[in-house]
Design a binder for this molecule. Sequence first.
Ligand code: DGY
Length: 324
Amino acid sequence: MEIRKKIVITRKLPDPIIQELDERNYRIHMWPSEDDPMPYDKIVKEAAEADALLTNVSDQIDKQVLSAGAKLKIVSTMAVGYNNIDIQEASKRGIYVGHTPDVLTEAVADLTFALLLAVSRKIVEGMAFIKADRWNSWGPMLLTGQDVWGSTLGIIGMGRIGEAVSRRAAGFGMNILYCNRNRKPQAEQQLGVAYAELDDLLTKSDFVVMLAPSTPATHRMLGEREFHLMKPNAVFINTSRGENVDEAALFHALKNKRIWGAGLDVFEQEPITSRHRLFGLENVTLLPHIGSATIATRLKMAGIAVQNIKAVLSGGKPAHCVNE
Ligand code: DGY
């Protein structure tokens, strides 16, 4: 009798997604909580018996996990980013790493723009202002923010999400600069974006949006020097990875009003709590890494993560593979 392959899922996923995995073919070990992560030690232990691991951005899939997984054939992450996975080690061991690009592009671009608007127009402060019963009258300069229409947007990292943000920015009459490891002539032509070196982009932009993936080359690419180059009215948005920014330098730039504000969906260490020093600032809007969090997008991501596993466990390759 053929032994059913074991799939370990590190977070509870919706029933319709799990139903795509026929229990006659697979043994499914799913962590029972949607909100709390499977502890690291448990992942190591489960990996030892697993043929496939369905994981997410909050799990550390390092050498220890991968070397425990003697039978492991695929690590399938429900994310486009995979900086939490030791890709080199996985490749060395012949383990596929699957991910879920494309389906989250528009949702992340929407949230990037939502943060840009929220910070520049003080949306969150406005609601808190009413809630605190501080709204006595219309005021000439009450809750005044920064113009979005006609301003200059600088995008760091012109991949799929960068292009989707550019399309939204065009509707707001923004002048768009971008920097990227290589130039994108097609995007320049189709979206009217202009290439700029990083320092030039930082100096000229009213909004700086970080969308680069987290790699050794982008680690803390924005620090004290870069925040000093930005305009005093600049709003900084990060919906990529916290590791791309020196968070202490960002904190000081915001505290000393070197820049005007920031909207952050990602942090150096996640999760953060209300005791995090960024919470002591008035010029920030902070979100709990929800860039791709629409119902439809998350279901699509989970669906692709499952399909990547099914492809590998039936002898094929994941449709979206990081380490072919
Ligand atoms: C990703 O997919 O990399 C996101 O950050 C998770 O939503």
